[in-house]
Design a protein around this ligand. Sequence first.
Ligand code: MGD
Ligand code: MGD
Ligand code: SF4
Ligand code: MO
Length: 767
Amino acid sequence: MNREPGDGVSVTKPKEWATGLPAVAHALQYSLQQTSVRRTALTLLNINQAAGIDCPGCAWPEPGPKDRHLNEYCENGAKHINDEATTRRVTAEFFREHPVSELDRQSDLWLNQQGRLTEPMVKRPGADHYEPIDWDAALDLIAGELRRLDSPDEAIFYTSGRVSNEAAFLLQLFARAYGTNNLPDCSNMCHESSGAAMRETLGIGKGNVSLDDLYQADLVFVVGQNPGTNHPRMLSALERTKRNGGQVIAVNPLPEAGLLRFKHPQTVRGLLGRGTPIADQFLQIRPGGDLALFKALNLLLLQAEDANPGTVLDHEFIAAHTSGFAEFAEQARKLDWDQVRTATGLTRAEIEQVRDRVLASKRIIVCWAMGITQQKHGVPIIREIINFLLLRGNIGRPGTGVCPVRGHSNVQGDRTMGVWEQMPQEFLDALGHEFGFTPPTHHGYDSVNAIRAMLEHRAKVFVGVAGNFVRAAPDSELTEQALRQCRLTVHISTKLNRSHTVCGETALILPTLGRSDRDIQASGEQFVTVEDSMSMVHASRGRLEPASPHLLSEVAILCRLARRTLGNEPAIPWEEFEADYNTIRDRIARVIPDFDDFNARVTQPGGFRLPNPVNDRRFPTATGKALFSHNPFEMIQPPEGHLVLQTLRSHDQWNTIPYTTNDRYRGIHGSRRVVLVNQSDLDALGIPDRSEVDLVTVWRDGIERRARNFRVIAYPTTPGSAASYYPETNNLVPLDSTARISNTPTSKGVIIRLEPSTTPTEQEHVQ
Ligand SMILES: Nc1nc2c(c(=O)[nH]1)N[C@H]1C(S)=C(S)[C@@H](COP(=O)(O)OP(=O)(O)OC[C@H]3O[C@@H](n4cnc5c(=O)[nH]c(N)nc54)[C@H](O)[C@@H]3O)O[C@H]1N2
Ligand SMILES: Nc1nc2c(c(=O)[nH]1)N[C@H]1C(S)=C(S)[C@@H](COP(=O)(O)OP(=O)(O)OC[C@H]3O[C@@H](n4cnc5c(=O)[nH]c(N)nc54)[C@H](O)[C@@H]3O)O[C@H]1N2
Ligand code: SF4
Ligand SMILES: [Mo]
């Protein structure tokens, strides 16, 4: 269904630099539209300060307490926190005025703009309105449905990475004590490929790089990532790398603003000057060409070693710490340069220039994000990146390593806390031992399999803790059908979103405190903890008066629901957990390795860093060594006349939630229903710039997936590729089109054709 305002797009020249004065002004403007001067000051002055609120934006780490600026946040961080701190409210009155069927026709942007949810609401079977329900009745209703299921595996507990460590730990404890590992999360659609590739080859699914490592690196690759928009403060770190003499190579089909030039908003030089050029070399790659690129680089390194034996590879490291080198090297030599050219669109000279930079660098880091993980061969690409780092011992030394840049502020922490459908047996044993029960051992559903289970009536109750599953998931029409078929859908949320309007027979909205809200329980004021992308665990303390007196914290909701569902079996002190979050952290310390003395250590300024064995060149793989892998050549090959579509983020959205219809850095204003295509492809396809098209997916099941009425914009993306925004194009991503091994939807590799716009049907043309 087309729920978006259609047109009115205007296009200006894409920006060549990111951040600086306009960014600060935009953040303030958005904040003041959402909230008051006082609340803006309270939130902005407290973001990312040592005793303040952890920015609810991305997972980029804060510098150490001594290196912190007073305004240690970015434009987007300010927007995210004020989107939560908004003074607008969604009340019972609002739901009386707006039936669900009407809300369902509104855009994602409109739903979010209505403000903070204020009291629990229920939609009964057959009703078209949400009506108020008190907390006890709401939680009894859920507990009753959960107890009625034939098997605990008929329930699904989804989470998104906004959730604190404490709530995540309790959620997985509750699900497992209830009897299921059905704990899909946003990570399944995000960095799952990174975890899968790193666990296999390095023995641990997390990055090992710290900010200090980045500052010390001679060469940093930024692959498949748009930091100017999605991790803005990464640019301050890269600026520092460059000031220390390091270089940056960006690999991307799009010339993203922040990759080219950066103006630091917290320095006078940044505000007034031309800023720092970021990328020393920009590789404008074809989608999915990254495997061929790193295979080619690895071959060039082997050949450089042949020419000057003993000078290129780190033989000592390879011999002592790795396995599989000989087989890898034999396979690597079989590469065909014509295929590399086709897959990457890069010349051999460009790749040789990269090799020369690599040979001149002692310390190398590779950073990556969704441009890699959401490809069909995302796992092999990351394994090949790891081969690249292993060859010259660029791992386990200062200034080197793997840096998967995470998305949500606590997505890494949620995994550490056990939110994963396939936690290892060791973890399950420790959990069961601590709480006196036997957790289920068979794996649960990930996000894609959860959709299948609901479609096939194998799952009947869906509980979402944060997030917006309906819009985050692929194949929107199937996903919507899956949720509508549920007997009960429950969402613990801060703001209104599509998952509340596309709901089960009975549906509940449970409003909760956000990161910025003060959280007071029986023992007094509470704080929560999070883990960032570089494994720093620290506290976050909300400062604002909650949006309504009816809100409960996520922890309180989960504790009360668990008590009602499980009774006193097994004997878990849910009341104590709710009253005092220190008692949750004490248990985390007993179940999860490296959290000893959690309560004491986490309150130190800046928190503490979880150890990563890779930093000591210990690799907890099956062989105890880092693994060289063989990754057969593969590439995305669209048929003649087709394009590879990537579905990405604009500068002005948080995942499924657009804040405005603008994408300032890319010069697009007034509409999100746009598709960016290279002028040469438009010429070849005979499609005029700015014409209206439908995007049609080509997929083996023959089902027509069509996104209607998109405005074509000629844009300097790599020939053969196209880009459009998520979530408007999620209906184009087939449910079965997932990355091998990680099962992540291939949101960056959808094969489409463009067709002149068809007239929308009555039902589709709303607004
Ligand atoms: N403001 C803001 N910040 C965010 C978010 C947000 O929505 N808004 N979301 C957060 C979350 S959850 C996440 S996971 C991160 C996401 O951070 P990113 O991964 O930066 O997010 P995307 O917008 O999906 O951008 C993917 C980038 O990969 C490039 N790309 C696409 N295909 C390929 C390819 O085949 N090869 C290469 N080399 N590059 C490719 C795209 O051109 C684009 O620059 O951001 C986090 N931060
Ligand atoms: N096509 C396509 N699909 C994608 C992607 C893509 O690039 N392309 N990216 C994928 C990625 S990387 C991710 S991470 C997922 C994101 O998927 P999700 O994490 O599920 O989605 P969000 O948009 O972040 O969820 C926003 C909602 O979270 C709720 N919320 C916000 N803060 C809080 C809080 O503190 N507590 C609670 N309880 N609720 C809160 C609000 O109600 C808000 O409406 O989407 C994935 N889907
Ligand atoms: S870089 Fe990420 S965590 Fe830091 S202030 Fe910006 S949005 Fe927040
Ligand atoms: Mo993400």
